[in-house]
Design a protein around this ligand. Structure first.
Ligand SMILES: Cc1cc2nc3c(=O)[nH]c(=O)nc-3n(C[C@H](O)[C@H](O)[C@H](O)COP(=O)(O)O)c2cc1C
Length: 173
């Protein structure tokens, strides 16, 4: 099972919109996937789900992570890196069952100029520490607010081509 993780808990995030776009494209290629938005984390998860604690609400997310073998992370740029809530989520997930030995594709997005090049690099380091194998083709999408049409699909020729290449490569990975 492929799970797409929208890497922020910000409401109305572009990360979730991009996650849904990836889900739609995987579907068109015949691969089912699930989206987990960090918005669905329990409000108090830094208390209820860190350091061995586990709430029922988080457990159902944990079960979906445990049974997934491939992940797409949509990683927004927050202060020149990936969001703290994404790292806290990773820290809350069961080790080693969650990510060790599995595979991931990384997509950086930002409202600014760089498409989270640095944050995806930082997050790649965390993935490698976890022995979560990352697809070498990482995608960076700057100026994300100009990238989606009314149907919330990408429409620019280069974005369509690069994301399609990444999705095909990830299916084969
Ligand atoms: C706390 C915070 C920090 C941010 N820092 C940056 C930044 O360093 N560079 C940038 O281009 N955009 C930055 N942004 C804007 C995000 O890139 C923007 O919200 C974009 O839509 C992707 O994030 P989203 O999934 O929250 O929508 C920041 C946004 C937040 C909420």
């Amino acid at each position: 099972m492929i799970t797409i993780i929208a890497g922020t808990n910000r409401k109305d995030s572009y990360s979730l919109k991009v996650a849904k776009y990836y889900q739609k494209q995987l579907d068109l290629k015949g691969y089912g996937s699930e989206v987990i938005s960090l918005e669905s984390l329990p409000d108090n998860f830094i208390v209820s789900d860190l350091y061995g604690a586990r709430s029922d609400a988080f457990q159902s997310i944990q079960d979906r992570i445990t049974t997934s073998t491939k992940f797409v992370f949509i990683v927004p740029e927050y202060n020149g890196s990936f969001p703290g809530v994404l790292k806290t989520f990773i820290d809350s997930c069961l080790f080693p069952d969650s990510f060790v030995g599995k595979k991931a594709a990384l997509v950086g997005i930002s409202s600014g100029k760089y498409g989270n090049i640095r944050g995806v690099e930082h997050f790649t380091g965390v993935c490698h520490y976890l022995n979560l194998h990352t697809l070498p083709l990482r995608i960076h999408i700057p100026y994300i607010k100009q990238e989606l049409n009314d149907e919330l699909d990408f429409f620019k020729e280069d974005t369509l081509r690069f994301t399609d290449q990444q999705i095909s490569a990830f299916i084969a990975f």
